[in-house]
Write a protein that binds this ligand. Structure first.
Ligand code: HGY
Ligand code: MN
Ligand code: MN
Length: 430
């Protein structure tokens, strides 16, 4: 989609059909646009996307804005020890387990304006609609904005939801990234690393998350609502390749221990091994640092990440082993040392079948077609699946693009998604 086409798509967007659930499409759109200012490239426009990586100044500013909206909606927001922003709305029966719903607002670098933001702002929108209608649900409601879902920081995502589910790795709080400890990063956003255990949360009736699909199924099939069946498992590794930095002019080719040659062969190997068999597994080398990264120095050290995903965790583990075996052969051939360190492991998670049916009922009530599908993206809902029933609602991503400034969902689809979220909450909280 060219910039011009994008702008045209956005220009006609305001004339969207309202949704019968009372969702204010215009307010949701305005808030998505306002939130995207925090992390927008200098002099950029909405179409230029956002860099609001967790714990950055832009993340802090975005969180403050979201907390303001939560306060205005009477949610009385607080920040828990893991930095999660939590709001609550009383139900008529305080003894009942709450319906919990929300998402995240941190982004990848040069990401889009909908990933996480749609679910977080739609959760607040749902509360606004209930307030305006003076509707009291039977169950209490809780809205959450999770800390560091993307895991660009510390190469381990779903941080806030894993803290809530008691899934933090041993020693995770002592990790350092970009020279900042996880502890200090948490303090920067109002968390309390010394009381991280207090972020574990109690039981809930259901966890719901509205999110853009980030893939192209719904957009291709022109279906407005996706009901997620399950979320892929994800394994990430930090890989360090040690060669020998030397003079690029005086070192004969056969005598080199070039860490970047080894890294390049490993990157190709990841792609080959993952594509060698049928299935929907994926593998990516997304981050690479070359040291000393100078034109006339043979790279002595390379640090990169390997990420593997599939709904079948045994397949992910097997691919990881095959890639590490191949890495040792590459090390021998290139006279380098290659060390894999596990950085994160997220189990695949199945959505609760009954909650999937509730989302289908809510969609039907709104006259919206829905279809069931898996999620190739990871989500905080997969942490919640460890401690209670979860389900996810997807809306189409135009051309299936995400983690890019070109990430785009139509405003009508955003409003419909928020309406399905609200109707699902109404059914579950009744
Ligand atoms: O990386 C993911 O799958 C998600 O967008 N955090
Ligand atoms: Mn997301
Ligand atoms: Mn994402």
């Amino acid at each position: 989609m060219t910039r011009g086409q994008f702008l045209t798509a956005m220009a006609f967007a305001p004339f969207v059909r309202g949704t019968s659930s009372g969702v204010n499409a215009q307010r949701l759109r305005q808030r998505l646009e306002e939130l995207s200012l925090h992390g927008r490239p200098t002099g950029g426009i909405f179409a230029d996307g956002v860099s609001r990586v967790a714990f950055s100044d832009a993340d802090v500013a975005g969180r403050a804005l979201v907390m303001r909206w939560m306060r205005e909606a009477g949610l009385n927001p607080r920040i828990d020890a893991a930095g999660n922003i939590l709001g609550s709305r009383a139900g008529s029966d305080a003894k009942l387990e709450p319906v919990l719903f929300g998402s995240h607002i941190d982004s990848v670098p040069s990401g889009g304006n909908f990933d996480g933001d749609l679910g977080s702002l739609s959760a607040i929108e749902a509360i606004e609609v209930l307030n305006a209608a003076r509707e009291t649900t039977r169950r209490p409601l809780e809205v959450v904005v999770w800390t560091n879902e993307e895991g660009v920081a510390y190469n381990n995502g779903l941080f806030g939801s894993r803290a809530a589910a008691g899934l933090l790795d041993k020693g995770e709080m002592d990790h350092v990234w970009n020279g900042v400890s996880q502890r200090d990063a948490l303090r920067k956003i109002g968390g309390d690393p010394d009381k991280i255990g207090s972020a574990r949360r109690g039981p809930f009736r259901a966890y719901l998350e509205l999110h853009i699909e980030q893939g192209g199924n719904l957009d291709r099939q022109k279906i407005p609502v996706g009901v997620v069946e399950g979320i892929v498992g994800i394994d990430r590794f930090d890989v360090e390749i040690r060669g020998f930095a030397n003079h690029a002019g005086t070192t004969p080719m056969p005598d080199r221990q070039d860490a970047l040659i080894a890294a390049s062969e490993l990157t190709i190997a990841v792609n080959q091994i993952v594509r060698r068999e049928p299935g929907r597994q994926v593998g990516t080398v997304g981050h690479i640092d070359v040291i000393p990264n100078a034109p006339n120095v043979i790279p002595g050290l390379v640090r990169l990440t390997v990420e593997l995903r599939d709904l079948d965790k045994a397949k992910v583990a097997r691919l990881g082993r095959e890639i590490q075996d191949r890495a040792q052969k590459i090390a021998t051939e290139t006279k380098t040392a290659v060390v894999f360190t596990p950085a994160s492991h997220h189990e695949p998670a199945l959505a609760d079948p009954k909650l999937q049916t509730v989302i289908e009922q809510a969609s039907a009530k709104l006259g919206l077609k829905s279809m069931r599908l898996p999620s190739g993206a990871g989500h905080d809902a997969q942490s919640m699946a460890h401690i209670g029933p979860m389900a996810m609602i997807f809306i189409p991503s135009v051309n299936g693009i995400s983690h890019s400034p070109k990430e785009l969902s139509r405003w009508e689809d955003c409003a419909n998604g928020a309406a399905v979220l609200l109707e699902s909450v109404r059914i579950l909280a009744a």
